[in-house]
Design a protein around this ligand. Structure first.
Ligand code: SAM
Ligand code: GLN
Length: 278
Protein backbone atom coordinates (compact mmCIF):
# COMPACT_ATOMS: atom_id res chain seq x y z
CA UNK A 1 0.00 0.00 0.00
CA UNK A 2 1.29 3.43 -1.13
CA UNK A 3 4.93 4.33 -0.75
CA UNK A 4 6.59 4.28 2.62
CA UNK A 5 6.85 8.06 2.87
CA UNK A 6 3.12 8.66 2.41
CA UNK A 7 2.37 5.81 4.77
CA UNK A 8 4.48 7.20 7.58
CA UNK A 9 3.15 10.70 6.97
CA UNK A 10 -0.46 9.51 7.30
CA UNK A 11 0.42 7.34 10.32
CA UNK A 12 1.92 10.35 11.99
CA UNK A 13 -1.12 12.53 11.28
CA UNK A 14 -3.70 10.04 12.57
CA UNK A 15 -1.54 8.51 15.32
CA UNK A 16 -2.29 4.91 14.32
CA UNK A 17 -0.60 2.62 11.80
CA UNK A 18 -3.77 0.52 11.46
CA UNK A 19 -5.99 3.51 10.73
CA UNK A 20 -3.43 4.87 8.28
CA UNK A 21 -3.51 1.54 6.45
CA UNK A 22 -7.31 1.57 6.25
CA UNK A 23 -7.30 5.15 4.95
CA UNK A 24 -4.69 4.34 2.29
CA UNK A 25 -6.46 1.17 1.19
CA UNK A 26 -9.73 3.07 0.95
CA UNK A 27 -8.21 5.92 -1.05
CA UNK A 28 -6.33 3.59 -3.40
CA UNK A 29 -9.40 1.53 -4.16
CA UNK A 30 -11.30 4.72 -5.09
CA UNK A 31 -8.58 6.80 -6.75
CA UNK A 32 -7.86 7.46 -10.41
CA UNK A 33 -4.23 8.56 -10.37
CA UNK A 34 -1.21 8.54 -8.04
CA UNK A 35 -1.61 12.26 -7.52
CA UNK A 36 -5.16 11.81 -6.20
CA UNK A 37 -4.09 9.15 -3.72
CA UNK A 38 -1.64 11.33 -1.84
CA UNK A 39 -3.92 14.39 -1.76
CA UNK A 40 -6.99 12.43 -0.79
CA UNK A 41 -5.13 10.42 1.88
CA UNK A 42 -3.75 13.61 3.41
CA UNK A 43 -7.21 15.21 3.39
CA UNK A 44 -8.83 12.22 5.13
CA UNK A 45 -5.96 11.98 7.61
CA UNK A 46 -6.40 15.57 8.71
CA UNK A 47 -10.16 15.15 9.06
CA UNK A 48 -9.48 12.07 11.19
CA UNK A 49 -6.93 13.99 13.27
CA UNK A 50 -9.58 16.69 13.80
CA UNK A 51 -11.87 14.08 15.35
CA UNK A 52 -14.16 12.71 12.63
CA UNK A 53 -14.90 9.01 13.13
CA UNK A 54 -12.86 6.75 10.85
CA UNK A 55 -16.01 4.89 9.83
CA UNK A 56 -17.62 8.03 8.37
CA UNK A 57 -14.42 8.84 6.47
CA UNK A 58 -14.27 5.36 4.95
CA UNK A 59 -18.02 5.37 4.26
CA UNK A 60 -18.53 1.72 5.08
CA UNK A 61 -18.00 -0.56 8.04
CA UNK A 62 -18.50 -4.27 8.78
CA UNK A 63 -21.28 -5.50 11.05
CA UNK A 64 -21.56 -9.27 11.54
CA UNK A 65 -21.72 -10.75 8.01
CA UNK A 66 -22.47 -7.43 6.29
CA UNK A 67 -20.48 -4.49 4.96
CA UNK A 68 -22.73 -1.47 5.59
CA UNK A 69 -22.69 2.04 4.20
CA UNK A 70 -22.27 4.44 7.09
CA UNK A 71 -22.82 8.21 7.00
CA UNK A 72 -23.41 10.90 9.64
CA UNK A 73 -27.15 10.30 9.09
CA UNK A 74 -27.03 7.32 11.43
CA UNK A 75 -25.15 5.79 14.33
CA UNK A 76 -22.02 3.79 13.50
CA UNK A 77 -22.91 0.15 14.24
CA UNK A 78 -21.10 -1.13 17.34
CA UNK A 79 -19.59 -4.49 18.37
CA UNK A 80 -21.83 -4.68 21.47
CA UNK A 81 -24.83 -4.57 19.16
CA UNK A 82 -23.43 -7.60 17.31
CA UNK A 83 -23.71 -9.43 20.64
CA UNK A 84 -27.32 -8.37 21.10
CA UNK A 85 -28.10 -9.79 17.65
CA UNK A 86 -26.26 -12.98 18.64
CA UNK A 87 -28.35 -13.33 21.82
CA UNK A 88 -31.58 -12.68 19.92
CA UNK A 89 -30.68 -15.27 17.27
CA UNK A 90 -29.82 -17.83 19.94
CA UNK A 91 -33.13 -17.31 21.72
CA UNK A 92 -35.13 -17.37 18.50
CA UNK A 93 -33.40 -20.58 17.39
CA UNK A 94 -33.99 -22.26 20.73
CA UNK A 95 -37.75 -21.69 20.63
CA UNK A 96 -38.58 -20.92 16.97
CA UNK A 97 -41.84 -19.15 17.83
CA UNK A 98 -44.58 -19.57 15.25
CA UNK A 99 -43.76 -21.91 12.43
CA UNK A 100 -42.96 -21.10 8.88
CA UNK A 101 -42.68 -17.42 8.10
CA UNK A 102 -40.71 -15.38 10.68
CA UNK A 103 -41.76 -11.76 11.27
CA UNK A 104 -38.90 -9.66 12.62
CA UNK A 105 -39.03 -5.99 13.68
CA UNK A 106 -35.98 -3.74 14.20
CA UNK A 107 -37.10 -0.50 15.89
CA UNK A 108 -34.74 2.48 15.42
CA UNK A 109 -32.80 0.73 12.69
CA UNK A 110 -30.27 3.48 11.79
CA UNK A 111 -28.05 1.94 9.07
CA UNK A 112 -30.27 -1.16 9.12
CA UNK A 113 -27.49 -3.10 10.85
CA UNK A 114 -29.60 -5.26 13.18
CA UNK A 115 -32.57 -6.06 10.96
CA UNK A 116 -30.54 -6.61 7.80
CA UNK A 117 -28.15 -8.94 9.67
CA UNK A 118 -31.09 -11.00 10.90
CA UNK A 119 -32.45 -11.20 7.37
CA UNK A 120 -29.08 -12.26 5.96
CA UNK A 121 -28.35 -14.81 8.69
CA UNK A 122 -31.81 -16.38 8.96
CA UNK A 123 -32.51 -16.56 5.23
CA UNK A 124 -31.29 -20.17 4.98
CA UNK A 125 -33.42 -21.28 7.95
CA UNK A 126 -36.80 -19.69 7.43
CA UNK A 127 -38.96 -17.53 5.26
CA UNK A 128 -38.67 -14.10 6.78
CA UNK A 129 -39.98 -10.55 6.62
CA UNK A 130 -38.01 -7.83 8.40
CA UNK A 131 -39.51 -4.48 9.34
CA UNK A 132 -37.01 -1.63 9.68
CA UNK A 133 -38.30 1.51 11.39
CA UNK A 134 -36.85 4.83 12.46
CA UNK A 135 -38.14 8.28 13.32
CA UNK A 136 -35.30 9.78 11.23
CA UNK A 137 -36.00 9.96 7.47
CA UNK A 138 -32.26 10.44 6.83
CA UNK A 139 -31.40 7.25 8.69
CA UNK A 140 -34.06 5.37 6.72
CA UNK A 141 -32.62 6.61 3.45
CA UNK A 142 -29.32 5.02 4.46
CA UNK A 143 -31.08 1.84 5.63
CA UNK A 144 -32.70 1.71 2.18
CA UNK A 145 -29.29 1.84 0.49
CA UNK A 146 -28.03 -1.00 2.69
CA UNK A 147 -31.24 -2.98 2.16
CA UNK A 148 -30.88 -2.57 -1.60
CA UNK A 149 -27.64 -4.56 -1.52
CA UNK A 150 -29.47 -7.52 -0.02
CA UNK A 151 -32.08 -7.40 -2.75
CA UNK A 152 -34.93 -5.75 -0.82
CA UNK A 153 -36.98 -8.98 -0.87
CA UNK A 154 -38.71 -9.40 2.50
CA UNK A 155 -37.87 -5.90 3.77
CA UNK A 156 -40.46 -3.35 4.91
CA UNK A 157 -39.24 0.15 5.77
CA UNK A 158 -41.41 2.51 7.83
CA UNK A 159 -40.86 5.97 9.27
CA UNK A 160 -42.32 6.93 12.66
CA UNK A 161 -42.03 6.91 16.44
CA UNK A 162 -41.41 3.43 17.88
CA UNK A 163 -44.57 1.27 17.61
CA UNK A 164 -46.50 3.98 15.74
CA UNK A 165 -44.35 3.16 12.70
CA UNK A 166 -45.83 -0.35 12.53
CA UNK A 167 -48.97 -1.31 10.65
CA UNK A 168 -51.84 -2.24 12.97
CA UNK A 169 -52.37 -5.74 11.49
CA UNK A 170 -48.87 -6.73 12.71
CA UNK A 171 -50.19 -6.68 16.29
CA UNK A 172 -49.88 -10.10 17.94
CA UNK A 173 -47.80 -11.55 15.12
CA UNK A 174 -44.17 -10.50 15.62
CA UNK A 175 -41.75 -13.37 16.33
CA UNK A 176 -38.66 -11.32 17.05
CA UNK A 177 -38.62 -7.66 18.08
CA UNK A 178 -35.22 -6.09 18.59
CA UNK A 179 -33.92 -2.61 19.25
CA UNK A 180 -30.82 -0.64 20.09
CA UNK A 181 -32.57 2.55 21.18
CA UNK A 182 -30.88 5.74 22.38
CA UNK A 183 -29.91 5.24 26.03
CA UNK A 184 -27.18 7.75 26.90
CA UNK A 185 -28.23 10.14 29.69
CA UNK A 186 -27.94 13.88 29.09
CA UNK A 187 -26.00 14.21 32.34
CA UNK A 188 -23.23 12.01 30.84
CA UNK A 189 -22.84 14.21 27.73
CA UNK A 190 -19.83 16.17 28.98
CA UNK A 191 -17.76 13.06 29.71
CA UNK A 192 -18.35 11.31 26.37
CA UNK A 193 -15.73 10.44 23.78
CA UNK A 194 -15.68 13.50 21.45
CA UNK A 195 -16.03 11.14 18.47
CA UNK A 196 -19.68 10.67 19.50
CA UNK A 197 -20.38 14.35 18.79
CA UNK A 198 -20.30 13.46 15.07
CA UNK A 199 -23.20 11.02 15.41
CA UNK A 200 -26.85 12.16 15.44
CA UNK A 201 -27.99 13.30 18.89
CA UNK A 202 -31.31 11.52 18.46
CA UNK A 203 -29.45 8.23 18.01
CA UNK A 204 -27.65 8.55 21.34
CA UNK A 205 -29.52 10.52 23.97
CA UNK A 206 -32.63 9.58 25.86
CA UNK A 207 -34.46 11.27 28.73
CA UNK A 208 -34.39 9.85 32.24
CA UNK A 209 -37.37 7.68 33.14
CA UNK A 210 -40.11 9.09 35.39
CA UNK A 211 -38.70 7.18 38.36
CA UNK A 212 -35.22 8.54 37.73
CA UNK A 213 -33.23 5.89 35.83
CA UNK A 214 -30.79 7.96 33.72
CA UNK A 215 -31.28 7.75 29.93
CA UNK A 216 -33.89 5.01 30.32
CA UNK A 217 -37.04 6.53 28.86
CA UNK A 218 -36.85 4.94 25.38
CA UNK A 219 -35.91 1.51 26.73
CA UNK A 220 -38.85 1.81 29.10
CA UNK A 221 -41.24 2.80 26.29
CA UNK A 222 -40.16 -0.24 24.29
CA UNK A 223 -40.47 -2.76 27.12
CA UNK A 224 -43.84 -1.39 28.23
CA UNK A 225 -45.29 -1.37 24.73
CA UNK A 226 -43.87 -4.48 23.06
CA UNK A 227 -46.05 -7.28 24.37
CA UNK A 228 -49.22 -6.57 22.32
CA UNK A 229 -47.15 -6.72 19.12
CA UNK A 230 -45.60 -10.11 19.84
CA UNK A 231 -46.93 -13.51 18.89
CA UNK A 232 -47.08 -16.10 21.72
CA UNK A 233 -43.45 -17.03 22.44
CA UNK A 234 -42.23 -14.01 20.46
CA UNK A 235 -38.80 -12.74 21.52
CA UNK A 236 -37.93 -9.21 22.64
CA UNK A 237 -34.24 -8.20 22.76
CA UNK A 238 -33.06 -4.70 23.70
CA UNK A 239 -29.62 -3.19 24.07
CA UNK A 240 -29.03 -0.70 26.90
CA UNK A 241 -26.47 0.75 29.27
CA UNK A 242 -25.02 -1.40 32.03
CA UNK A 243 -26.72 0.63 34.79
CA UNK A 244 -30.15 0.13 33.16
CA UNK A 245 -30.19 -3.66 32.99
CA UNK A 246 -31.58 -4.27 36.46
CA UNK A 247 -34.46 -1.81 35.98
CA UNK A 248 -35.17 -3.30 32.55
CA UNK A 249 -35.31 -6.87 33.89
CA UNK A 250 -37.74 -5.81 36.60
CA UNK A 251 -39.89 -3.91 34.12
CA UNK A 252 -39.91 -6.78 31.61
CA UNK A 253 -41.00 -9.26 34.27
CA UNK A 254 -43.70 -6.96 35.69
CA UNK A 255 -44.92 -6.26 32.13
CA UNK A 256 -45.54 -9.99 31.62
CA UNK A 257 -42.42 -11.23 29.81
CA UNK A 258 -41.09 -14.69 30.72
CA UNK A 259 -37.61 -16.25 30.58
CA UNK A 260 -36.06 -12.81 31.03
CA UNK A 261 -32.27 -12.89 30.82
CA UNK A 262 -29.34 -10.49 30.69
CA UNK A 263 -27.28 -10.10 27.51
CA UNK A 264 -23.54 -9.86 28.18
CA UNK A 265 -21.14 -8.00 25.83
CA UNK A 266 -17.65 -9.09 24.76
CA UNK A 267 -16.12 -7.20 27.68
CA UNK A 268 -18.28 -9.29 30.04
CA UNK A 269 -20.60 -6.40 30.90
CA UNK A 270 -24.40 -6.70 31.12
CA UNK A 271 -25.64 -4.73 28.09
CA UNK A 272 -29.11 -5.90 27.26
CA UNK A 273 -32.19 -7.86 28.13
CA UNK A 274 -33.95 -10.65 26.25
CA UNK A 275 -37.33 -12.13 27.12
CA UNK A 276 -40.34 -13.89 25.61
CA UNK A 277 -44.02 -13.21 25.36
CA UNK A 278 -45.99 -15.85 27.31
N1 SAM B 1 -30.09 0.15 15.18
C1 SAM B 1 -28.94 0.96 14.80
C2 SAM B 1 -27.67 0.32 15.36
O1 SAM B 1 -27.77 -0.48 16.28
O2 SAM B 1 -26.59 0.64 14.87
C3 SAM B 1 -29.09 2.41 15.28
C4 SAM B 1 -29.29 2.54 16.76
S1 SAM B 1 -29.27 4.21 17.38
C5 SAM B 1 -28.59 3.91 18.99
C6 SAM B 1 -31.00 4.53 17.77
C7 SAM B 1 -31.90 4.80 16.57
O3 SAM B 1 -33.24 5.03 17.07
C8 SAM B 1 -31.53 6.02 15.77
O4 SAM B 1 -31.47 5.66 14.40
C9 SAM B 1 -32.67 7.02 16.03
O5 SAM B 1 -32.98 7.84 14.91
C10 SAM B 1 -33.82 6.10 16.37
N2 SAM B 1 -34.83 6.73 17.26
C11 SAM B 1 -34.61 7.57 18.28
N3 SAM B 1 -35.77 7.89 18.87
C12 SAM B 1 -36.75 7.24 18.20
C13 SAM B 1 -38.17 7.18 18.33
N4 SAM B 1 -38.81 7.87 19.28
N5 SAM B 1 -38.86 6.40 17.46
C14 SAM B 1 -38.20 5.71 16.50
N6 SAM B 1 -36.87 5.73 16.33
C15 SAM B 1 -36.15 6.49 17.16
N1 GLN C 1 -23.08 2.39 22.45
C1 GLN C 1 -23.19 3.83 22.37
C2 GLN C 1 -22.19 4.46 23.33
O1 GLN C 1 -22.45 4.68 24.49
C3 GLN C 1 -24.60 4.30 22.67
C4 GLN C 1 -25.56 3.82 21.67
C5 GLN C 1 -26.96 4.02 22.12
O2 GLN C 1 -27.33 5.00 22.77
N2 GLN C 1 -27.78 3.08 21.79
O3 GLN C 1 -21.10 4.69 22.88
Amino acid sequence: VADGTLRSEVTKTVGSAQEALWILEHVESHARSGEDVADEARALASRRAAGEPLQYLLGSWPFRTLELSVTPSALIPRPETEQVVEAALRRWRSTRPGDGHAIVVDLGTGTGAIGLSLLAELADETEITVWLTDRSPDALELARVNAGRLGAEGIEIRQGEWFAALDGPLAGSVHLMISNPPYVAERDRAGLDPVLSHEPDEALFSADSADGVPGFSDVETLIRGALPWLAPGGVLAIEMAENQVEAARGLATSSGFVNVETIIDLAGKPRGVVGEAP
